[in-house]
Design a binder for this molecule. Structure first.
Ligand code: ZN
Length: 367
């Protein structure tokens, strides 16, 4: 059981994230499922909100964690866009912690089935979005070594070679060059701070609408090979075929083109939903019962879109709105907690596992 002091430490970690607020929690410790009443008074801020986190202690609950890419520790340190990656050393430590502290790591199918039963159960699901080669090379072997399941949400345009993976290509070009030609002129990217600075600046300058065209223009003036770069990052059908019969790998859909579903008219949205699942079933023969919304924040998927995922035949749909899954949760707006590369410490993971980070996100009005 967590001591009140440890609970207070968890809360103090979040005061540093949100120092302008005072928090008053009726707090149930997720590690022991015992109710703890804790009052933490921080420096007075401009706004004071009271938050209650209460759910029945004799019922199961689940925490869904998600990330996109993974890299070994020494490689992770040198990445221009490392916030997009989880450090594999950290993931290893987190899986060790979960297995040693009574958490049950489950697929989404198992999570839904277990939540319908009574009893104190603490469940955690890991899902990895999009479909990068490191998922196949690093993440699946790590989950296999722990003997625990993992869910992959695949954007079918990646193995179908229609998604250029411009973000990944830009990162590789910046990693491997000393100088670059950009619309802002020739720039020096010879050291890591410059690589990080220019990755963000160049990607932001391309904008969302014209990203692919801007990326191809950038590759042309820098003599970079778009298909070759894409191949270095994409998961392939051959890799996925080798996973389709693995009982520890659950495969769900994540659209065809990584489209923001809320921005599409209904026919186009249904096309992205239905046809990505159909493609996965056709290529892999897997049931493909679950879906994850690209981007997944409140502005990326709304009530209409939750209904469309049901209409498209899915059993569940996951967002990236933070929080915990409790009995009675609407399965078409499952909360997931993004494991951003910037916050890789067990205290942040524990905050997600206890629901604290979801509470803080709501207080701060973030998804
Ligand atoms: Zn995605």
């Amino acid at each position: 059981m967590k001591s009140p002091r440890e609970v207070a430490d968890d809360l103090r970690a979040f005061e540093r994230v949100a120092p302008r607020y005072m928090f008053h929690y009726n707090y149930i410790c997720g590690a022991c499922l015992e109710q703890q009443h804790t009052f933490i008074e921080t420096k007075p801020g401009p706004t004071r909100r009271e938050v209650s986190v209460i759910w029945p202690t004799n019922r199961p609950y689940a925490c869904m964690l998600t990330f996109h890419r993974a890299a070994p520790g020494e490689e992770w340190d040198r990445l221009p866009n490392r916030e997009f990656y989880i450090n594999l050393d950290y993931l290893n430590a987190l899986l060790t912690y979960l297995k040693g502290s009574g958490w049950e790591i489950v697929s989404i199918d198992q999570m839904i089935e277990r939540l319908a039963r009574s009893g104190k159960r603490r469940l955690v699901n890991f899902s990895i979005d999009d479909g990068y080669v490191d998922t196949f090379e690093h993440v699946i072997p790590l989950f296999r070594s722990f003997g625990v399941p993992v869910t992959l949400f695949i954007t079918t345009g990646i193995p179908d070679e229609t998604d250029l993976l411009g973000w990944a290509g830009l990162e590789t070009i910046i990693s491997e060059r000393e100088t670059l030609l950009t619309s802002m002129g020739k720039v020096d990217v010879s050291d890591l701070p410059a690589k990080r600075r220019w990755f963000t600046r160049i990607a932001a300058s391309w904008g969302e609408q014209n990203f692919d065209q801007a990326y191809q223009d950038f590759c042309r003036i820098n003599g970079a090979d778009v298909p070759e770069l894409r191949k270095r990052h994409a998961i392939t059908w051959r890799m996925l075929e080798s996973l389709k019969d693995d009982p520890l790998v659950e495969i769900g859909a994540h659209t065809i083109s990584h489209a923001r579903i809320s921005s599409l008219p209904i026919p186009a949205a249904l096309h992205e939903l239905r046809d990505s699942a159909a493609r996965l079933r056709q290529r892999l023969g897997v049931p493909c019962r679950h879906f994850a919304f690209p981007y997944g924040r409140m502005r990326d998927c709304g009530v209409r879109d939750f209904l469309l995922t049901r209409e498209a035949g899915f059993v569940s749909a996951a967002t990236t709105i933070r929080g915990l899954v409790k009995p009675g949760q609407d399965l078409f707006q499952l909360p997931r907690n993004n494991m951003n590369g910037a916050y890789q410490s067990l205290i942040y993971a524990k905050a997600s596992l206890t629901g604290l980070s979801g509470v803080v996100a709501k207080v701060l009005r973030r998804g």
